[in-house]
Design a protein around this ligand. Sequence first.
Ligand code: NAI
Ligand code: MN
Ligand code: ZN
Length: 339
Amino acid sequence: MKSITVQQPQQMVIENRPLPEPAPEEVRVKVKLAGICGSDSHIFHGHNPFAKYPRVIGHEFFGVIDAVGEGVTTSRIGERVSVDPVISCGHCYPCSVGKPNVCAALVVLGVHRDGGFSEYAVVPAKNAHRIPDEVPDESAVMVEPFTIAANVTAQVQPREEDIALIFGAGPMGLTTLQALKGVYGVKRVIVADRIAERLEMAKHCGADHIVDNGKAPLSAWFERAQIKPTLIIDAACHPSILQEAIALASPAARIVIMGFSSEPSQVVQQGITGKELSIFSSRLNANKFPVVIKWLQEKRIAPEKLITHRFPYQQVGEAMTVFEKDQKSCCKVLLKFSE
Ligand code: NAI
Ligand code: MN
Ligand code: ZN
């Protein structure tokens, strides 16, 4: 089989690998589609501290089960599945409190273990989630990025009355936006970015207001509007944004961060305690695949609005370049591995 492997930073190849056999409690997935994410590009360039090389990258993938290991019913062969990349031990402290996404022995497919940019991938059977017939392939491959939004929103329980502010109109900002509008019915969602084309996408995904904060500070916009955000999601993840969010927030607001910067964020405690703000963080997803699959069935989210490019996997180099260089026209790039 062919696999897309990052052999070492900056060296990505399509190589021949032996067809893997599923171990006990595993299934083999014949991959149909996979999505490119920022973290694939980070592993490619050696910017992910968790990655080990060589690595088959890719953690957003969908396909069909074509073989099962011992202990897995053969009736699963032929099942359409999306794969949760989070593998956890099930008994450590974080696992015991419902946060397998930060398991003490966390393994993420495509990061710590070979992932889905491959004609076939073997994965734990319980990570392969059945996709209902009515959900199309191109929606199924988008489950993982929406689980990030599901994890963010589960932490803060958005309310219709919230005035929500999202920093960043990249894939993460847009999945969160769709969840706030389509699932939680938040009446006012403001999205800030510096790229006009991305703000247009946010509008298309349901944003009530879009703000180009490269031109004027957000504080000016909120002063003019005479409102304060009660829920702030940082999906841009520059270390300076946390303090900006603290300053903008309404008293009693919730703020969610999701960045991995190693640079410190300078924050003023008075701004937090004085308004009794709640600051949450969110990483990957904690058992959110079933949640998002239900959102898809109920048509509460529209993943097709995020898909801007499709390439056969043989053109992964070109696909990665478009993804990295063309933020104006590019949101989600899909790779096709089989029909
Ligand atoms: P992206 O780079 O495509 O989008 C970020 C957007 O933020 C860009 O459109 C950029 O113009 C905008 N931006 C930058 N600075 C801004 C500012 N000060 N104000 C407003 N907008 C600003 O990235 P993507 O894929 O949407 O991911 C966003 C972030 O989320 C990344 O930093 C990534 O590492 C992180 N992430 C975190 C995950 C988690 O589970 N915690 C999962 C996936 C991504
Ligand atoms: Mn991703
Ligand atoms: Zn664990």
